[in-house]
Design a protein around this ligand. Structure first.
Ligand SMILES: Cc1ncc(COP(=O)(O)O)c(C=O)c1O
Length: 378
């Protein structure tokens, strides 16, 4: 069975075709055991091997230092908004020997996803401050002084197409407790893991399929969540993590405290093995940059047809967002693209327009096809 045309969806997103082919085979029959990967026990020896290989490859690709643990939880990126907060609550309380009465986060709001993370904080009763927010989501806001216990930000805002730029992912403020959402740009450039307390991202864009979220968490945060007295924490008015979002429990149980999707972890294993075989993050960084440049050059060269609102210094390499000058042309743009088998180009429903997602699995060939279409569209 072959795949038709090219897919530029924002997530779930395109996966490398050889990975999809291998995973499809393994869904039917894995390791000649008469069982497929959707059926295999998450506690079996084979499952543990898959888990450990996936983690080892991530460690190698992102150069994760021994100060940090790699783990997987369920609950997607949205689960990550909450998991960070539960972990930070436990950390503050544990570190203060049970004296702390509250925890507060400083949020940098650059788009929809950091805004949602902020809303989650309010929902869980954690006092949060906004230390930077752009009036419109077209730029990176100026960051004021940090006052809270931790800083939270999103490295790439998938909906508005805004990314904190740089050769590597590194915090925009100098602080020793920074949480980052890397759901939509992980593995596209290096990350300075040592500068973060909690790194997380849903797998379904650059790493795998929905159903599993990657976390890289500093060991002192893990230790706090493992050792904190749950009753005291609750009695002091802090939110207590449900078991499935507890990073301490996850590490203790090799990310299989409850039934994890071993199929989803296998896809991560296959994607990361392929990345390693193809030159790792340095090579992927070059490819991502070059494809993004081609896309923005195409859009910029047709100012008669397209409008881009995101300021150049905030442009995402992963999500190229633009509008048609004449909004009535948008539907025709999408229709003509679909006729050429270029799919998944519709902007997020909250902002409209066009969004070309340029994740790792979008090949040069796919990129060139959409670039040609952007240039040719009349
Ligand atoms: C940057 C970012 N963070 C978080 C999320 C939420 O992820 P989920 O739908 O897995 O909860 C998304 C979803 O697209 C995202 O792009």
């Amino acid at each position: 069975m072959s795949r038709q045309g090219f897919y530029f969806g924002a997530g779930p997103a395109a996966l490398p075709t050889p990975v999809v082919e291998q995973a499809a085979q393994e869904f039917i029959e894995f390791d000649n055991q008469g069982v497929g990967l959707g059926e295999l026990s998450h506690r079996s020896g084979q499952a543990t091997k898959i888990m450990n290989e996936a983690k080892a490859q991530i460690k190698e690709l992102l150069k994760v230092p021994d100060t940090h643990e790699i783990l997987f939880l369920q609950g997607g990126g949205t689960g990550g908004f909450a998991a960070c907060l539960y972990a930070q609550a436990a950390y503050k309380f544990y570190k203060s020997n049970g004296q702390a009465k509250s925890v507060s986060g400083d949020y940098i709001v650059t788009g929809v996803w950091s805004l949602k993370a902020l809303a989650e904080s309010k929902r869980l009763g954690i006092q949060s401050n906004v230390i930077a927010k752009a009036e419109k989501f077209v730029e990176i806001p100026k960051i004021e002084k940090v006052n809270g216990d931790f800083v939270y930000y999103c490295d790439n805002e998938t909906v508005h197409g805004i990314e904190i730029q740089g050769e590597k992912t590194t915090p925009p403020v100098d602080f020793d407790n920074v949480c980052v959402d890397i759901s939509s740009n992980m593995f596209s450039r290096p990350i300075d893991v040592s500068k973060y307390s909690i790194i997380f991202g849903g797998a379904q864009k650059n790493l795998g399929i929905p159903g599993v979220t990657l976390y890289i968490v500093r060991k002192d945060i893990i230790e706090a969540q493992e050792k904190v007295d749950i009753d005291q924490l609750r009695n002091a008015g802090f939110p207590v993590a449900p078991s499935f979002l507890d990073v301490g429990l996850a590490v203790k149980n090799n990310s299989a405290y409850n039934t994890v999707s071993i199929f989803a972890i296998e896809v991560i294993k296959l994607v990361t093995a392929r990345l390693l075989a193809n030159g790792g993050i340095p090579e992927q960084t070059k490819i991502s940059k070059s494809k993004a440049e081609k896309l923005y050059n195409a859009v910029d060269s047709r100012k008669d047809v397209y409008v881009t609102n995101v300021k150049p210094e905030a442009r995402s390499r992963m999500n190229v967002v633009f509008n048609l000058k004449n909004p009535e042309d948008e539907e025709r743009f999408l229709k003509e693209a679909t006729a050429l088998k270029l799919r998944g180009l519709k902007g997020h429903r909250s902002v409209g327009g066009i969004r070309v997602s340029n994740y790792n699995a979008v090949t040069e060939e796919a990129c060139d096809a959409v670039v040609k279409f952007i240039l040719d569209f009349k």
